[in-house]
Ligand binder design. Structure first.
Ligand SMILES: Cc1cc2nc3c(=O)[nH]c(=O)nc-3n(C[C@H](O)[C@H](O)[C@H](O)COP(=O)(O)OP(=O)(O)OC[C@H]3O[C@@H](n4cnc5c(N)ncnc54)[C@H](O)[C@@H]3O)c2cc1C
Length: 195
């Protein structure tokens, strides 16, 4: 049994805690239990320059029309550029691209085209960079955006896509990059930490 000086918080004990008492950090840690892929959302930002940012709040929304969404911080530079361009590309990163993820999440990354130095890409239909080593890229026209707290839900209509099923996806779980490890049988994959 734990002493009073080192109590088990209800959230740690698996009991429900009212959200206001939890705090953002505990919320983020609990959300981290939901494994996701990792994407780099790119946009051609006019005057021949471009921008990219790491995003894991990516989901498919509708089949007819084909819609996807990402949730972007209201203060994000990329959000303003997407609204101005009316388009964006979602690039699903492949295993081994954790450095690309880190680069496009860094506040200190170079601005404009220099952000993409050493990251091969081709312009998509909408002009946004489609990364050459992504497992899939979805080229989208901006459909709608909806304010949700301190983020915006940005919906895109898919106008073109690239799919490279031979590549494995990069996984993000509990704040760590992971990869699928193939077991002896193709369908029995295990998670492997790749940091
Ligand atoms: C695995 C992973 C998943 C992620 N998923 C998402 C996601 O789904 N949605 C999302 O919005 N972000 C996500 N991020 C964070 C995002 O990648 C970074 O915040 C990235 O910098 C956003 O790029 P940007 O161009 O949109 O914003 P940036 O312009 O790079 O700014 C990012 C944030 O930093 C602040 N900022 C920038 N420069 C300064 C400065 N000099 N001083 C103080 N503050 C500054 C901005 O106000 C903004 O809040 C994720 C990061 C990782 C690693």
């Amino acid at each position: 049994m734990r002493s009073v000086a080192n109590p088990v918080r209800p959230a740690e004990a698996g009991r429900a805690v009212p959200a206001p008492a939890v705090g953002v950090r505990a919320f983020r840690e609990a959300m981290g239990e939901f494994p996701t892929g990792v994407t780099v959302v790119t946009v051609a930002s006019g005057h021949g320059t471009m921008h990219g940012m790491t995003v894991n709040s990516f989901s498919s929304v509708s089949l007819d029309p084909m819609l996807v969404l990402v949730c972007l911080n209201e203060k994000s530079r990329g959000l303003g550029l997407i609204e101005r361009a009316g388009a964006f590309v979602v690039n699903v990163l492949s295993a081994g691209q954790q450095d690309v993820s880190r680069r496009f999440a860094s506040r200190n990354r170079p601005a404009g085209s220099a952000m993409f130095d050493g990251v091969p890409f081709e312009p998509g239909v909408t002009g946004g960079p489609m990364l050459a080593d992504a497992t899939a890229s979805f080229d989208c026209r901006l459909w709608q955006s909806h304010r949700a707290g301190d983020h915006l839900i940005v919906l895109g209509e898919v106008v073109a896509l690239v799919h490279r099923p031979q590549l494995e996806p990069l996984i993000f779980h509990a704040g760590t990059y992971k990869a699928l490890e193939r077991g002896p049988r193709p369908r029995r994959a295990q998670l492997r930490v790749v940091r």
